[in-house]
Design a protein around this ligand. Structure first.
Ligand code: PMP
Ligand code: GLN
Length: 375
């Protein structure tokens, strides 16, 4: 019997394949299509003949751990201990899988907020635990009353994702106050905060769990260099967690991957001295604004995109089809691949919304908008 009977091929694989088959512009799977910073590729080239090709230490290349700590201090005023509280992972996906396997026991519950990124639920099921899917409000803000009611003494983990994929929403101060009240009410609850888009926010500043002293000792934070440095194919990220939780997380990590690709760790540890992550928000804000302007004459209605590199739009004025049908037709008839939102909902609830990825060069966004404005 399948251990994951309801899991198929992910929507990202399905849509990217369709995009290739139909020679479509791919605004579906989230990945940048512009060149990586030459400072990073220069480092990679230069270090390639150094003796850096054997296993890295299990928790990460020590200079990289120190630099992740320094970046966290610079951005959030918190200094996690590089030896005890930071772990380099093979992307956020491995981080999340490892955390859930390490911390969640059979029979326990994990609260997931829908629409939710697709890698949260399968590791919960594989742990023998139960996922409790709680819908966000219609505007994708968290409904704290509903979240509070779904937590009980069996709930081990609450997973939040801020900035949010797929909606592009970001949390406000009031969200954190409500979250802290819930954590206070349930002293055994642990928080998994997926902050892979932490440096991609626009008008509103990102509020990280790194800054929330009241709950920091029960929170595990996940980040991804893939998003921050436009290198999704490198599959490298990290976890910041209090030592007592990190001890358990490392137990699983060492048997899942043992350690992460050594070359990328050495390259990134040097690169971290040469870049300013605080510029990333304005870089992507320009792309968001360009895409929104190019789409002004279209019949799509855009929802707020406050962070991440995603833009959600309603196509209710164009069609009554389900979002899955509509995105299939968009790619086959109009040559633009996008993502239907319903696949991120437990019951495939369909609000006639689709997601565009705007992490693309201007020419790609322009050509996509020309096609989309004709619909
Ligand atoms: N969480 C979210 C919200 C994501 O969008 C992604 C996307 N790629 C991941 C986790 C996984 O990141 P990685 O590619 O570093 O595994
Ligand atoms: N996170 C990316 C997205 O949301 C997809 C990554 C993947 O294909 N697994 O589009």
């Amino acid at each position: 019997m399948s251990k994951l009977p309801n899991v198929g091929t992910t929507i990202f694989t399905v849509m990217s394949k369709l995009a290739v088959e139909h020679n479509a512009i791919n605004l579906s799977q989230g990945f940048p299509n512009f060149p990586v910073d030459s400072k990073l590729t220069d480092i990679l080239q230069r270090i390639s003949t150094d003796s850096i090709h054997q296993y890295a230490p299990m928790a990460g290349y020590p200079p990289l751990l120190v630099k992740i700590g320094a970046m966290t201090e610079k951005c959030y005023g918190r200094s996690p201990n590089p030896d005890q509280e930071i772990l380099v992972t093979a992307g956020a996906t491995q981080a999340i899988f490892t955390i859930i396997q390490a911390l969640v026991n059979s029979g326990e519950e994990v609260v997931i907020l829908d629409p939710s990124y697709d890698c949260y639920e399968p590791p919960v099921i594989l742990s023998g635990a139960k996922s409790v899917r709680v819908p966000l409000n219609d505007d994708f803000t968290p409904n704290w009353e509903r979240i509070g009611h779904s937590i009980n003494s069996k709930t081990k983990l609450l997973i939040i994702n801020n900035p949010h994929n797929p909606s592009g929403r970001v949390f406000n101060e009031t969200d954190f106050v409500a979250l802290e009240a819930i954590m206070d009410k349930f002293p055994n609850l642990i928080l998994l905060s997926d902050e892979v888009y932490e440096y991609i926010t626009f008008e509103k500043k990102h509020l990280s769990i790194n800054t929330r002293e009241k709950i920091i000792n029960r929170s595990v934070i996940v980040s991804s260099f893939g998003k921050t440095f436009h290198i999704t194919g490198w599959k490298i990220g990290y976890i910041i967690a209090p030592e007592n939780l990190m001890i358990e997380i490392k137990k699983v990590h060492q048997f899942l991957v043992f350690c992460v690709n050594s070359v990328s760790q050495v390259a990134l540890s040097e690169y971290l001295d040469k870049i300013d992550v605080t510029q990333l928000g304005s870089f992507y804000q320009e792309k968001r604004d360009l895409f929104q302007n190019l789409m002004k004459t279209s019949r799509f209605d855009f929802l707020p995109s406050e962070g991440s590199y995603f833009q959600v739009a309603s196509y209710a004025k164009i069609s009554k089809e389900s979002d899955v049908e509509f995105t299939k037709r968009l790619v086959t008839e109009f040559g633009v691949a996008t993502i239907p939102i319903s696949v991120f909902n437990a019951n495939q609830q369909d609000q006639q919304l689709i997601r565009f990825c705007f992490a693309k060069d201007s020419e790609t966004l322009t050509q996509a908008a020309i096609r989309l404005c004709k619909i």
